[in-house]
Design a protein around this ligand. Structure first.
Ligand SMILES: Nc1ncnc2c1ncn2[C@@H]1O[C@H](COP(=O)(O)OP(=O)(O)OP(=O)(O)O)[C@@H](O)[C@H]1O
Ligand SMILES: [Mg+2]
Length: 365
């Protein structure tokens, strides 16, 4: 086990500046998820950590050692890739044992370790099979088995679940999380899937164009995004964003939309908000609920809207309506709305909304 430190990492591919001054301190045993859109530099960063990619500046430390000049195999890192690259003519046992044999482990030790890993991953009855005789999820387990038998200091995963169907992905997610809890190893996991990031991470590092946009515990990032990019990236369905202007009325600050509707800001969230200022109003789907009249909590502001599209999921129903010419989605209870065209009063939880500066895209409130 080891802590990992990246200090001011830079990476160029010719003219392309793929990683731009990234510093990260990953404590021993932590599960860090690096997430971000395609091309933001996630794999490059992970491959640099593994020693598969040379960096142009900065230092990489594993444990207390700077490993910049250390060959990949000497870094004692185990990596699981998206295409698990199993040896097609070796059975599961030999695939898992391969790295141990290459490192000249004694055969009884190899046997013990392969069986332990297979047991942990529930593939003991498949040890004699060839990769082509396995399902996608089983192959993925073999790839993970191959990584865990090595007893590496750090585990790296690059989109290990993206080839699996949705249901299997959910199952494997649980297994990877459990594996981390059982092994307690330092793990760095790359994905572009915000649900994987939220559910697996002790800490999320959100990359954008080769830079860290924000890092933190999943719920902190979700509840306190620093920018429109973070607010929009985490959460599914995505946060709604509507252009608006701040207006002072009757001693309070309202968020006023271009179609004349407005929502009052709670009095404890108005410091620094200047009337007249343009903002982008951000509200998550789950913070718009059916207004059932009595007993509104403080901070709930009501608007009457006309629903123009509904999408029942079973547990909840997504209902879309127009606000200032923008489609806005609310996540209502299953039977809150039955058909498009219905008029409804909806509560906006103004304690949870964000206001964004349209120039900088930074969250101001
Ligand atoms: N070997 C390479 N040569 C040139 N450019 C590269 C190379 N590898 C990656 N890039 C570029 O560097 C940038 C970062 O790529 P990287 O593979 O790290 O992205 P990523 O975040 O892993 O994306 P994805 O989610 O699609 O896997 C991209 O613009 C990519 O085109
Ligand atoms: Mg990648």
């Amino acid at each position: 086990m080891a802590r990992v430190r990246l200090n001011n990492i830079e990476k160029f591919y010719g003219e392309l500046h793929a990683v731009r001054g990234i510093s990260l301190d990953i404590p021993e045993g932590e599960f860090t998820v690096i997430v971000g859109p395609s091309g933001c530099g996630k794999s490059t960063l992970l491959r640099a950590l593994a020693g598969l990619e040379e960096i142009d500046a900065g230092t990489i430390e594993i444990g207390d050692e700077v490993v910049n000049d250390m060959a990949p195999r000497d870094r004692n890192i185990a990596m699981v890739f998206q295409n698990y690259a199993l040896y097609p003519y070796m059975n599961v046992y030999d695939n898992i044992a391969f790295g141990l044999r290459a490192r000249k482990f004694p055969s009884n030790e190899i046997e013990t370790r392969v069986h332990q890993a297979a047991d942990m991953l529930g593939i003991t009855d498949q040890l004699d099979r060839l990769p082509r005789q396995l399902s996608g999820g089983q192959r993925q387990r073999v790839a993970i088995g191959r990584a865990i038998v090595r007893d590496a200091r750090v585990f790296l995963f690059d989109e290990p679940l993206s080839n699996l169907d949705a249901k299997l992905r959910e199952e494997m997610r649980v297994e990877i999380k459990r594996l981390h809890q059982d092994l307690g190893k330092t793990m760095v996991y790359v994905t572009h899937d915000q649900i994987e990031a939220m559910t697996l991470a002790d800490r999320i590092v959100l990359l954008r164009n080769g830079k860290i946009e924000q890092e933190g515990a999943p719920l902190d990032m979700f509840e306190r995004p620093v920018s429109r990019f973070v607010a929009g990236f985490l959460g599914s369905p995505s946060m709604n964003f509507i252009p608006a202007r701040l207006a002072a009325e009757n001693g309070q600050i309202n968020v006023a939309f271009s179609d004349g509707l407005s929502l009052p800001m709670p009095s404890d969230r108005v410091s620094g908000l200047e009337p007249g200022r343009e903002v982008v109003f951000g509200v998550r789907t789950e913070h718009i609920t059916r207004d059932r009249g009595a007993n509104g909590r403080a901070g709930l502001a009501s608007l009457r809207v006309k629903i123009d599209l509904i999408q029942p999921t079973g547990t909840r129903t997504y209902a879309t309506f127009q606000l200032a010419g923008e489609p806005v989605m609310a996540e209502l209870e299953a039977h809150d709305v039955e058909r498009p065209g219905e008029q409804l009063s909806l509560f906006f939880d103004m304690n949870r909304i964000v206001l964004i500066d349209p120039e900088t895209d930074l969250v101001i409130q």
